[in-house]
Design a protein around this ligand. Structure first.
Ligand SMILES: NC(=O)c1ccc[n+]([C@@H]2O[C@H](COP(=O)([O-])OP(=O)(O)OC[C@H]3O[C@@H](n4cnc5c(N)ncnc54)[C@H](OP(=O)(O)O)[C@@H]3O)[C@@H](O)[C@H]2O)c1
Length: 250
């Protein structure tokens, strides 16, 4: 089966392409690097020709409010139109657990707009909402850092390894469209401040984590429901400590 993976050279996309290829499928990475631009439509019809499934794991190059909204809205419209013409029978997209609860952030307003366009496109779809990636913990620490202190909320947090995300996205691409949203999360739920502190200790980063329930997560005040999945999420297999050990070994 030909499967177009938009953002197939990115953090999740590279792994999705590899997993689909290993299972005998023709997985085509599509991104500006390969002459494909979801926002302008450049190269889109050519890439979709003969494909059955589209997996969208792209991301906006800018997280600034207007730029992120423009990226996901223009990309969503272009893809819906081209996918209808190409007869795509399943569109799979990666989004974020809690997107609808994080609407004080422009980035998450843009992700919700992306989800809405998918639902309205008329193309059978599966939206996979993931919690934060382990690979994103460094960026979370950086976002809370002033001087040598990292101010972070102690709200519940359940991050997941990118490899587990890619496994779930590849499985969704090979399954029937859910015409709905599935949630995936890591195997452990702990306060964000505690997990980030564990991450910093393991990479020998001396910054001190300070708990501040009012600290914003990319502009959003968190509570214990904000970032964690609802009932019956699919859980990743990789625990943070094992991932840290593997990362250190690499
Ligand atoms: N970070 C998290 O913790 C988290 C949690 C849950 C869900 N997510 C979601 O996961 C998705 C993927 O994130 P990621 O970290 O894997 O992203 P990433 O590593 O930044 O990769 C983004 C990909 O998008 C491609 N791209 C950029 N502009 C494009 C365009 N105009 N048309 C087509 N492709 C374009 C890039 O292509 P080039 O390589 O050519 O630049 C790259 O391959 C995002 O939608 C994000 O919302 C993230």
């Amino acid at each position: 089966m030909k499967i177009v993976v938009i953002g197939g050279n990115g953090r999740i996309g590279t792994k999705v392409v590899k997993k689909l290829t290993e299972q005998g499928h023709e997985a085509l990475p599509a991104s500006p690097d390969t002459g494909f631009d979801a926002t302008t439509g450049r190269g889109v019809a050519e890439a979709l020709a003969g494909a059955a499934v589209v997996v969208d794991v792209s991301n906006s190059p800018s997280f600034e409010d207007a730029a992120a909204l423009a990226f996901f809205e223009s990309g969503g419209r272009t893809l819906a139109g081209e996918e209808r013409k190409a007869g795509i029978r399943h569109h799979v997209a990666l989004s974020v657990v809690g997107t609808d609860r994080l609407q004080d952030s422009g980035y998450f307003r843009a992700k919700l707009a992306q989800e809405r366009l998918i639902k309205e496109s008329g193309i059978p779809y599966t939206i996979v909402r993931a919690t934060q990636f382990f690979e994103f913990l460094g960026a979370i620490a950086a976002s809370g850092t002033t001087d040598d202190r990292v101010r972070l909320s102690n709200a519940s947090f359940q991050p997941i390894a990118a490899d587990d995300v890619a496994t779930a996205v590849a499985a969704a691409a090979l399954g029937e469209p859910a015409n709905g949203t599935i949630e995936i999360a890591g195997p452990e739920r702990l306060p964000m401040s505690e997990l980030v502190a564990r991450y910093l200790t393991s990479i020998h980063d001396s910054r001190e984590v300070v708990i501040d329930p009012d600290a914003r997560y990319f502009g959003v005040r968190l509570d214990d429901r904000s970032l964690v999945p609802g009932e019956n999420p699919r859980l990743g297999r990789i625990r943070l400590d094992d991932w840290l050990q593997q990362s250190a070994a690499r």
